[in-house]
Design a binder for this molecule. Sequence first.
Ligand code: DAH
Length: 339
Amino acid sequence: MEEKLQAIKQEALEQLKMADSLERLNEIRVNFLGKKGQLTALLKSMKDVAPQDRPAFGQMVNNTRARIEEVLDETKKRLEKAALDERLKTEVLDVTLPARKSLMGHRHPNTIAREEVERIFIGMGYEVVEGPEVEYDLYNFEKLNIPANHPAKDEQDTFYINKEIVLRTQTSPVQARIMEQGKLPIRVIAPGRVFRSDEVDATHSPSFHQIEGLVVDKNITFADLKGTLEQFARELFGENTRTKFRPHHFPFTEPSAEVDVSCFKCGGKGCRFCKGSGWIEILGCGMVHPHVFEMCGIDPKEYTGFAFGVGLERIALLKYEIDDMRLLYENDVRFLKQF
Ligand code: DAH
């Protein structure tokens, strides 16, 4: 009996030494200490031991069980530590590494410029409105006093969807749409995308943006137009900016003008930026043509008004001194993140 016990102990310890996984460890536990295990079986054969030897024998079995349990626990700890070491080795976590930076978005220069222009006009009591990019020829041309065969239609290199529908070449059709609604007085700006079949170069793109302005009320004069745009130029380009109204022609305004601002780079002395002239052209404007009023259902004897159209890219390029419009469309993040 004693020898058998010794053999069991010997074998158990031997197997534990070799055990290389927690599963194997469990097998060993069941095999030796379980209900049907070897040690339990040995206890059951207690009846074969002489009665006076039984207590001592029982004590020996218990000691053996305790010893095996002890080694089992040690082995378990050893295996668990080995497993943890292995994980730590493979799942390297270097807490000294710098944290990964989350990329921050940037507003596009066009967006910044549009919001700046909107802010200025909202401050003067204007409302921001929108019109469709796919537009009827009727609104894009006809109601703006640009009849069929008018040279301006060629000048603007229109994309036609069909005979009656175009991609708008300007934001001016929004004027006609707003006037037709008949709610007077009107004081709106209409930013949006426009399209012309132009080749791409440093100053042209088949798709760009304009901001239209329209004011209609009783007793609106050219002086109101001048005052408004002078104020706009000062807010946009700085307090010392001067403006110059040059006579021009647009079919939908009479009289019409183009507006130049004094070069904010050289202050008007002449530099590379303003091509030596001291002035930079920024927009077209004029008093709403009586024909346009009539076609849009407003009585030109009762109402007058002014309108203007600004190229948004032009403002963005000027404000940020960008010399190639293509940069605004390529959306290279190295460019965009500068704003
Ligand atoms: N629509 C014109 C263009 O695209 C710009 C313009 C000029 C708009 C005069 C106006 C205006 O409202 O009064 O060139």
